[in-house]
Design a protein around this ligand. Structure first.
Ligand code: DGJ
Length: 729
């Protein structure tokens, strides 16, 4: 049994293949968090708390003079503002017009097979027969009919635990929620490092590690999307943790809007992590009888370092989060026309690219921005989702049919959440855009965001998508969004709290994407947000791959891919070979290196194939052959970071190993050149010690390759690279 309730000790002990998690109802009915770590039997870990009086940490009103007891330092399972806990909290709510205050105590619990679901929100899923269990613990405020249902999904085999919270107003009053988290994770000992992924447009998910210091460390986004700037994923780890050793706790929020993750190191050197919705501008009104679901967080623990943590998440996401049928199918090697043409294309140009793509053995042409409305630059047209037949020289179907006749699939770009002020849609419905009455709206890329909290807008977008999808044989959709969301005011329903609009927007987005996938279940949806601004685990529920960054430079991508790989499966990383000098930073890299780098993820091209040199065409042909022969390895294999581009400035290496260890690849990109350089020796990871592997005709044992390593060829030019695929004999 993955969940054990001990009625005498009042402990809940959750066990997975890798971890154990424990809570306890204490003598006052508070739900304490007593343990999260390696499997450790069914011990009641309450003894570790060692409660004693600490001045300026008071007691809840009803515990009298028990001055050794304070929720300001007892580890809590779900902290709420108002019970004497002065640390960062999971929940801040109160009756409308009153000071927010809650004192939550155990009320009841239920354990059942299978996984709870969160209607309208992404969440891990499991079939009845997959050994997954749900634990629901209901807490109630001491004074009011306000309840919090804590939901736990225990994925024993996958080794992860999910947490969500449902807030229920069973009182006769209206309540206001100002802060809502799904996870509160208390650590008695807070000597931890935090690893997180920060960034910017064209430089997403850079890995940063630093010790948790006293005070609050915050990783968050208030931009309406999970953002380029922070990723809703953190690791807390022991200071000595490395790729291969040490305790690591991963927390991934399944949410694609504004979020907040805070880690506090407190007065007693204990730590608390909370994960949930961004509290900026947040105010959700809960009328009598209503409830509110806080998005799910996935928790993973390992004592075997970062590599094991990343693999655990990758496997859990593959089996229990990504729904697309494409997760188990070979992803199309595609060519996208964006960097090839930007807005400047016509049918002939597109067909030239398609012809060359077909010759080289690619699978798909993706038509990016500029095919609809009045859209010859990025100042107009968004919202008018009808094809520009003048530009395309005919209907979309006519173009798609021609592309299909060449043996290629066809994909299309859309940006349905946005509107240009210069568009028919905006002229007809200015009230559908988010903007504050009486103020000139902030603009980003000269466009506004549509109000996806408004039902009419949601229905309009669904209709547009239906019309596009019905018009031609479209097998892939790239869903983009190109500004941050601010100046949030919805004109739709003045009775709704404006503080609810940001979250309602995200719910609207999920509803529209669900519609697309329900009506066209076989379509391959690729997420995008000006590159990787909405690269989060919530999106993976809808899109199995996401355009990882608008930066297509192979060398900068090394860092972006490296960071991303800590928290996300590399099969989700869409990566393309583009032209040189690179359009983002002007760097020149060998065509071969661009291919090796892009093969770290869902592989494609983003350049004018029809104008490639013969040499590059030949190299592209080789790349496509290598990808096609090894796609199972790249899509489903275990990804190992062999060096860090943040520490090693000479080269970056990584490898893929098939889950059954029968095949593997190793890639290296040299990032600097040295005269009279020493040999580069790299140790493989994840192979079978006793198995023999064929490495370009030579036979080595897995043990030799992992413990001794292999000597790699010296670079012969700037940004040279090398990739080898090996097979078990
Ligand atoms: C931003 C995306 O990330 C690019 O790939 C491209 O689709 C442009 N938008 C188009 O406007």
């Amino acid at each position: 049994m993955a969940v054990k309730y001990n009625d005498t000790a009042k402990t809940f002990t959750l066990q997975t293949s890798k971890s154990m998690y424990q809570m306890k109802v204490d003598k006052y009915g508070a739900l304490l968090h007593t343990y999260f770590g390696a499997l450790a039997g069914e011990q009641d870990f309450f003894y570790l708390i060692g409660g004693r009086e600490h001045s300026f940490s008071g007691q809840p009103g009803d515990v009298g003079d028990d001055r050794d007891y304070s929720l300001d330092y007892y580890p809590q399972e779900y902290s709420a503002h108002g019970n004497g806990d002065f640390r960062v909290k999971a929940l801040r709510a109160g009756k409308k017009g009153c000071v927010p205050a809650l004192d939550l105590r155990y009320h009841s619990h239920e354990i059942y097979p299978g996984k709870y679901s969160l209607p309208g929100l992404p969440a891990l899923f499991a079939g009845e027969d997959e050994g997954v269990q749900t634990l629901e613990i209901t807490l109630k405020d001491v004074y009011e009919e306000f309840y919090v249902k804590l939901l736990y999904g225990i994925f024993e085999k996958a080794g992860v635990i999910t947490r969500a919270a449902v807030l229920e107003n069973r009182s006769k009053d209206t309540w206001e929620i100002r802060r809502a988290m799904s996870v509160n994770l208390d650590f008695l000992e807070g000597n931890l490092d935090i690893v997180h992924l920060y960034g910017k447009h064209a430089g997403e998910r850079q890995m940063e590690r630093r010790p948790l210091c006293h005070g609050i460390t915050e990783i968050s986004s208030n931009r309406g999307t999970s953002s380029h700037h922070h990723s809703p994923f953190v690791i807390l780890c022991e200071p000595g943790a490395s790729e291969d050793f040490g305790e690591c706790y991963g927390a991934a929020l399944l949410y694609s809007g504004g979020f907040q993750m805070q880690a506090e190191l407190d007065q007693l050197d204990s730590a608390r992590l909370v994960c949930g919705l961004s509290e900026e501008e947040f105010l959700w009104t809960l009328k009598p009888g209503e409830s509110f679901a806080v998005p799910e967080t996935v928790l993973a623990y390992t004592d075997k370092g970062f590599a094991d943590l990343s693999l655990c998440l990758k496997r859990a996401y593959h089996s229990h989060l990504i729904r697309s049928p494409w997760k188990d199918k070979k992803r199309p090697v595609l060519v996208n026309n964006w960097e090839a043409t930007y807005f400047d294309f016509n049918t002939e140009k597109l067909l030239d690219i398609a012809r060359q793509a077909a010759r080289l053995g690619l699978d798909m042409l993706v038509l990016d921005d500029g095919w609809f409305g009045k859209r010859d630059d990025d100042n107009s047209g968004l919202g008018d989702w009808y094809v520009n037949e003048k530009k395309l020289g005919g209907t979309l179907k006519a173009l798609v049919d021609k592309v299909n006749d060449m043996g290629l699939k066809f994909g299309i770009w859309i940006e349905p959440e946005m509107v240009s002020e210069d568009s028919d849609l905006y002229r007809a419905h200015p009230e559908w855009a988010l903007q504050i009455p009486g103020r000139i709206p902030n603009r980003g890329r000269n466009q506004l965001a549509l109000d996806l909290s408004n039902r009419e807008v949601v229905e309009y977008i669904k209709d547009c998508i239906d019309r596009i999808m019905e018009s031609a044989n479209i097998e892939y959709v790239k869903w983009d969004i190109n500004r941050c969301i601010d100046n949030v005011f919805s004109a739709a329903d003045p009775s709704l709290s404006q503080g609810a609009i940001r979250h309602r927007y995200v719910l609207g987005l999920y509803e529209v994407q669900e519609h697309l996938l329900t009506c066209w279940p076989n379509v391959l949806l690729e997420g995008c947000n000006g590159g990787g601004g909405r690269f989060d685990a919530g999106m993976l529920y809808y899109a199995p791959q996401i355009w990882c960054s608008d930066n297509t430079d192979a060398i900068e991508r090394l860092r972006i891919h490296y960071g991303t790989s800590f928290g996300y499966p590399m099969s989700a990383v869409s990566a393309h070979v583009s032209v040189c000098p690179n359009h983002q930073n002007g760097r020149v890299t060998p065509f071969k290196t661009r291919g090796i780098c892009a093969m770290q993820g869902a592989f494609g091209y983003e350049l004018d194939l029809s104008s490639l040199s013969e040499e590059d065409k030949a190299e592209a042909g080789r790349q496509i052959q290598v990808y096609n022969e090894n796609y199972e390895l790249f899509q489903y294999g275990d990804y190992y970071r062999l060096t860090s581009p943040f520490e090693n400035h000479s080269y970056t290496a990584w490898s893929y190993v098939a889950e059954d260890k029968s095949a593997a690849s190793l890639s290296i990109v040299y990032t600097d050149l040295y005269a009279n350089a020493k040999p580069v020796r790299i140790k493989w990871k994840g192979l079978l010690e006793d198995a023999l592997y064929d490495v370009e005709g030579e036979v080595y044992s897995g043990a030799a390759l992992m413990h001794g390593g292999m000597v790699l060829p010296q670079p012969t030019c700037n940004y040279d690279s090398y990739m080898v695929c090996i097979k078990k004999k």
